[in-house]
Design a protein around this ligand. Structure first.
Ligand code: B12
Ligand code: SF4
Length: 443
């Protein structure tokens, strides 16, 4: 028996090179590989970096689907299904849009793969795959098998999962839609095992909110300290209020923390149900404490809430420049299916497409709804301009100099590589057609 795993790209511009940044090892595939007995042959195509062989002889094609990659996933699935090869799909998009995904696959899995993979393989062997498998959420107890990445070139960063879900309930977030404000921490013994098996000096701790459970985070930082790794992960600004946690985090090797500021505007934060980020008055001080602790910040912002206009976007860029963040993302708001944001915009009759992720001609960077104070085109342009401004040579230079000493020398070296490249790629990434031209897929 042979199984073919596929990670689809968002899309590709006709005739252009793929976008270069953020090509990390996809942990999802390594987890599925680890669950698969050695007697079953496996292969893996990462559509972001290589061509898919549609003539491969295989018994099952497994595709992991995100909303951005749904259109392309369905196109890829069709090619295999035309040849009589069954397709199984999983991932957050499938979990949040099971009916839609079910129309493009022979079988789908909602939730975790760990709990049902054995049954899937048995059913496949007996030729009676079920249309739906419910994997549930919560406990997961497997160490990924990264041998499936052999021969592929990824960023030299090891991904180690520490938790799934999040305690918060931000209106726009797929994680909050799927997990319903619940957080599941992973067994620390498995985390340590993964770290010991890692090949790279740098580790990305994969978690939607590493700090969701304070006591667990504190123990985790203590447990991983002896491993002497350098790591980056996702957290919240509130860590700066907790001196003990901040110290433990740094001691355990934290170099960069990704913080979703999202907006600096109180009304916007209220509307997105992220008032826990309403640190107006103390925000500068909290940022300073994190920097003083020797941790760089990857700041993310989202624009398109009802109080957003040119001024709020400018404020976010100025704030990011003032604090000389290691890096920052300025994204426009996007109504992901299954989120409360999607439902609200639908109710308010503000969606420009019923399903933007399936819309032919929909492009990365394009708005999919009508913002309250700006035209969709203008907001898209302002996000691009914000990225350009933050990545201008002058800003990169001043941020780079400030980062010296704030992070380790190796991460400082990475700063230049990453920020200069991100600047170059802004326009390459803008307007990538979602799904790409499916006719360009090799037959
Ligand atoms: C790490 C990460 C990234 C990394 C990418 C890593 C990489 N491999 O290259 C970076 C930082 C680059 C990134 C980028 C983006 N990301 Co991201 N990312 C994540 C994160 C935090 C972890 C993913 C992961 O490795 N999980 C661990 C694995 C083991 O879990 P898993 O994927 O859920 O798989 C399990 C099950 O879902 C299931 N399963 C999944 N697929 C399949 C398939 C089959 C066949 C089967 C049987 C089972 C199965 O079984 C697995 C084992 O239980 C997730 C959130 C999360 N907790 O998953 C967001 C997440 C996937 N990202 C998200 C988004 C929006 C993005 C961006 C679009 C952000 C942006 N605005 O630019 C970009 C672009 C993504 C792209 N496709 O190019 C969203 C997707 C939402 C959605 N509805 O699709 C998520 C869910 C975060 C969120 N808060 O909503 N991301
Ligand atoms: S804090 Fe982050 S992961 Fe948690 S619900 Fe909000 S956006 Fe989602």
């Amino acid at each position: 028996m042979k199984i073919t795993f596929i990670l689809p790209a968002i899309g590709k511009k006709p005739g252009q090179k793929y976008i270069g940044t953020w090509k990390m090892e996809p942990l999802t595939i390594a987890v599925l590989k680890a669950l698969t007995p050695e007697t079953v042959k496996t292969e893996f195509f990462d559509d972001r970096i290589e061509l898919i062989d549609y003539n491969t002889k295989t018994d099952l094609v497994c595709i992991t689907v995100e909303t951005y990659t749904a259109r392309r996933s369905y196109g890829i699935a069709q090619r295999f299904r035309e040849k009589g090869i069954p397709v199984l799909m999983g991932g957050y998009h499938v979990a949040l849009c099971p009916e839609e995904a079910g129309e493009h696959a022979d079988s789908i899995i909602i939730g975790n793969g760990e709990t049902v993979w054995k049954n899937v393989l048995q059913d496949l062997k007996e030729g009676r795959l079920k249309p739906v498998y419910h994997g549930g959420i919560g406990a997961y107890d497997v160490c990924p098998d990264k041998s499936i990445f052999a021969g592929k070139r990824y960023l030299p960063v090891s991904l180690v999962e520490t938790g799934r879900g999040c305690c918060h309930g931000c209106e726009f977030c797929s994680i909050s839609a799927f997990y319903g404000s619940r957080y599941f921490c992973r067994d620390h013994r498995l985390i340590l095992e993964d770290i010991r098996a890692s090949r790279h000096k740098y580790t990305f701790l994969v978690d939607d909110n590493l700090l969701a459970d304070r006591e667990n985070a504190l123990r985790l930082f203590e447990d991983i300290t002896p491993c002497k790794i350098k790591w980056a992960g996702q957290g919240t600004l509130s860590v700066a209020r907790d001196e003990k946690l901040l110290k433990a985090m740094k001691k355990s090797g934290c170099e960069i923390i990704l913080i979703g500021f999202e907006s600096l505007d109180r009304e916007n934060l209220r509307q997105m149900n992220k008032s826990f980020n309403d640190t107006i008055g103390e925000r500068d001080e909290l940022v300073k404490r994190i920097h003083d602790a020797g941790i760089g910040i990857y700041a993310t912002f989202v624009f398109g809430y009802d109080n957003d206009d040119e001024r709020t976007i400018e404020d976010a860029v100025e704030f990011s420049k003032k604090h000389k963040f290691y890096t920052a993302a300025f994204n426009h708001l996007l109504p992901f299916p299954g989120t409360r944001l999607y439902d609200r915009l639908e109710r308010e009759n503000r969606l420009l497409y019923d399903k933007w992720w399936l819309e032919e001609g929909y492009r990365y960077g394009e708005l999919a709804f009508r913002p309250a104070r700006l035209s969709p085109e203008k907001l898209s342009r302002l996000c691009r301009d914000a990225r350009k401004e933050f990545s201008s040579p002058k800003t990169v230079l001043s941020r780079g100099l400030a980062s010296f000493g704030r992070t380790s020398p190796l991460l400082w070296g990475l700063f230049w590589q990453m920020n200069l490249r991100l600047g170059e790629e802004i326009d390459m990434k803008m307007n990538v057609p979602i799904g790409g031209n499916l006719d360009e897929l090799p037959k």
